[in-house]
Structure formats: structure tokens, C-alpha cells
Design a protein around this ligand. Structure first.
Ligand code: NAD
Ligand code: ISE
Length: 338
């Protein structure tokens, strides 16, 4: 049984604790920590876990073999670095950190450690529909890919959500997904600003992003984070001989009163329910017994942060911004991440 400590017991922290304790095999949650002591005590009490006053204390707990970081993005760096310093595997929810400098410090710490300890929570790589889409692409049946159209729609977002977060917190999933899908880096970013939705208050919503991939594929991403009707994730690859796209929103169609209705998921927990299960089960299997994680690496987290930064700069300036990555350390050469 792998003993996991969870830092951050908010929405996704609680959802991951639920799957670790009631869905997945070979894992147990032995400790929790949150800056909100009341929520940590409530969640920890529910599952009989030790409640620590700080994340650092949780990392140092001998009863914690691996760490799950689910706190707010700006706090990720300190906890991931603490886990690396302790030599413990750490699964960090996306983004790996909120600046490329912080991501690079994590990469450097992991390289100095000498083997992979970090996995980043880019769960689309574990989603059945995205895996099937990649399979269709890799099989060659639609020919050489030319373009991809994506939409990332949230019904609503929390009050603290800022306009840049449409790139750094939301479209960052597409940034990681297209790097994985096409096996290529994003070379340049542009951001166009459409008419503003009245549902977002002062927030500039939606945004329209354009990624130029190093292999020539052009990707467009619509982010709409106050769409109201539900959580709608779309993707269509246009190849030279055909197209491949994610399927319908729901496995169920309701026919009634002369209409067909396909229910729309409420949020990411519903749409990616099974993807999170597979993501964490594969992580547990990989690291149990001392193995290295196989999913998105600290390097992937760094690369996504560099593209995010370029996107924020493109949003602020209206310019096309080039993406420039540091040299990739050898540690990340061999591991073809899933
Ligand atoms: P949330 O606000 O619901 O929960 C975050 C929790 O972190 C809160 O309980 C807060 O008190 C705690 N926290 C804040 N600072 C802390 C600190 N210094 N130490 C310990 N705990 C601290 O947010 P959320 O929606 O659960 O998001 C958390 C993280 O998960 C974010 O990085 C977010 O981007 C990511 N996330 C990923 C997905 C996904 O699809 N993979 C979905 C949602 C959220
Ligand atoms: C949230 O943090 C997530 O990661 C969700 O998957 C994404 O859809 C949402 O826009 C983010 O705020």
C-alpha cells in the first residue's frame, strides 16, 4: 500500500482523496495539510489521516511515502521542491508552478537528484477520448496533420479568476495536450480578443489563441469561461486526408417530446472523471516499489509555463510572441511520457 500525503484539500484535493481512498488500488491517504486548518481537519478526520499544520511538515512525515500537491498554483513550487529534497515522489496538480523561473528551479532540483520524482497533473493524456484521437492521428488514417481546432468552455469560474488565467490556468491544458498530441513544441503564440461576454463581468472573456507548432501545424483555442450551459471540451484535427475529433459530450442521448438531448457535463470533475482515475492509478503503479513516474514530467510543466508566459505577453501586447525553451536536460530524453 503506497502511503500518500495530500497538500491542499480544496475542490480537486478532495476529489483526488475520494478516488485514492475509494476507487483506486494499492494506495492509502495517511496525511493531509491545508492553510485552511478547519477544512484540513474536516477532510483528515473523515478518512482518519494525520492532519499537519504545514505542507513541509507533511512532506517530512515518515508515514508519507509520496506527496500529492493540490494547493493553489503559486504555492506549488515550495512543496514540490520540499518533496524533491526529501527524495519523495510528488504528483503536482497543474500548473507545475506559475512562472517559468519556478519551473526551471524544479527541473534543476530534480536533475540534481538524478532521477524523475515529479509528475504534473495534465490528465488529458489519460483521457480515453484524447487517447483515441491520438491513436487515429498516429495511425496515419487522416494523413499529415495540418490544423487543430479546440474549444475549452467552463460554465463559470471562481471570483478570484483573472483574465490571464484563461491562458495560465485554463488553456494550459491545451498547451500540454498539443505538445503531446503532435510530439512537437509550440513555436509562437498569438491571442485575439473577441467581443466581451456580459456574463464575465469585468473579465475579458472569451479569448481566441493561436499556436504555431514547430512542425507547421496551426492550432486555435477558444477559451470561454462563463458559457453557463456546462463544461464543453472540443478538439478536431484536420489532416490532409480526413479529420478526427473528440466525440459527443455525453454517452447518453435522451429522446423526448420530439427532441434528442445529449446532457453536457457540469464541470471538469464529471468530464474527466475516468481520466483522473487512470492518471492516478498509473502513477501509483509506476512509483510503488521505487519506480519513476511515467506521466507528464517537470520538463513538460516547464515547457507549458514558457508557452503560458508567451500567451500572457501576446495578450498584453497584441503581438505574435516567439517561444524559446532552455536546453532540455538528458534526464528527460529517454522517458517518452504518456
Ligand atoms: P481550491 O481553491 O478549491 O483548493 C485549493 C486549496 O489549497 C484550498 O483549500 C486552499 O486553502 C489551499 N491552499 C492555498 N494555499 C495553501 C498553502 N500555502 N498550503 C496549503 N494549502 C493551501 O482550488 P482547486 O480548484 O482545488 O485547485 C487547486 C489546484 O488544482 C490548482 O493548481 C488548479 O489549477 C488545479 N486544478 C486542476 C484541475 C485539472 O483539471 N487537472 C482542475 C481543477 C483544479
Ligand atoms: C481548472 O483549474 C482546471 O484545470 C480545469 O480543468 C479547467 O477546465 C478550468 O478552466 C481551470 O480553471
Amino acid at each position: 500500500m503506497l502511503k500518500v500525503g495530500v497538500i491542499g484539500t480544496g475542490m480537486i484535493g478532495q476529489d483526488h482523496i475520494r478516488r485514492l481512498t475509494t476507487v483506486l488500488n494499492g494506495v492509502t491517504v495517511t496525511a493531509v495539510a491545508d492553510v485552511d486548518a478547519a477544512v484540513a481537519a474536516e477532510v483528515g478526520g473523515r478518512i482518519g489521516a494525520t492532519v499537519h499544520a504545514t505542507g513541509e511538515e507533511l512532506v517530512a512525515d515518515p508515514g508519507v511515502e509520496a506527496v500529492l500537491v493540490c494547493s493553489w498554483g503559486p504555492t506549488h513550487e515550495q512543496y514540490v521542491l520540499a518533496a524533491i529534497a526529501a527524495g519523495k515522489p510528488v504528483f503536482c496538480e497543474k500548473p507545475l508552478a506559475t512562472t517559468q523561473g519556478a519551473c526551471l528551479r524544479i527541473v534543476e532540483a530534480e536533475v540534481a537528484h538524478g532521477s524523475r520524482l515529479v509528475q504534473v497533473g495534465y490528465m488529458r493524456r489519460f483521457d480515453f477520448a484524447y487517447r483515441q484521437l491520438k491513436h487515429a492521428l498516429d495511425s496515419g488514417e487522416i494523413g499529415t496533420p495540418l490544423m487543430m481546432h479546440c474549444a475549452h468552455r467552463n460554465a463559470s469560474v471562481p471570483a478570484f479568476y483573472q483574465k490571464e488565467m484563461a491562458i495560465t490556468d485554463t488553456a494550459v491544458h491545451e498547451i500540454d495536450m498539443v505538445r503531446w498530441m503532435f510530439g512537437a513544441e509550440i513555436a509562437a503564440v498569438r491571442v485575439l480578443v473577441p467581443r466581451r461576454s456580459s456574463h464575465g463581468g469585468d473579465l475579458q472573456d472569451p479569448l481566441f489563441l493561436i499556436f504555431e507548432m514547430g512542425n507547421g501545424v496551426l492550432v486555435d483555442v477558444e477559451t470561454s469561461v462563463n458559457i453557463r450551459y456546462g463544461y464543453d471540451i472540443r478538439g478536431e484535427i484536420v489532416g490532409e486526408s480526413g479529420t478526427a475529433s473528440l466525440g459527443s459530450l455525453s454517452p447518453v442521448a435522451v429522446r423526448r417530446d420530439g427532441r434528442v438531448a445529449n446532457p453536457v457535463p457540469a464541470d471538469w470533475r464529471e468530464r474527466f472523471l475516468a481520466a483522473y482515475d487512470v492518471e492516478l492509478q498509473e502513477w501509483v503503479l509506476a512509483i510503488s516499489g521505487g519506480g519513476q513516474p511515467l506521466g507528464p514530467s517537470a520538463w513538460d510543466g516547464y515547457a507549458a509555463a514558457v508557452v503560458s508566459d508567451a500567451g500572457v505577453s501576446a495578450l498584453r501586447t497584441g503581438e505574435r510572441v516567439l517561444v524559446s525553451l532552455a536546453d532540455q536536460p538528458k534526464l528527460y530524453d529517454s522517458g517518452v511520457t504518456v
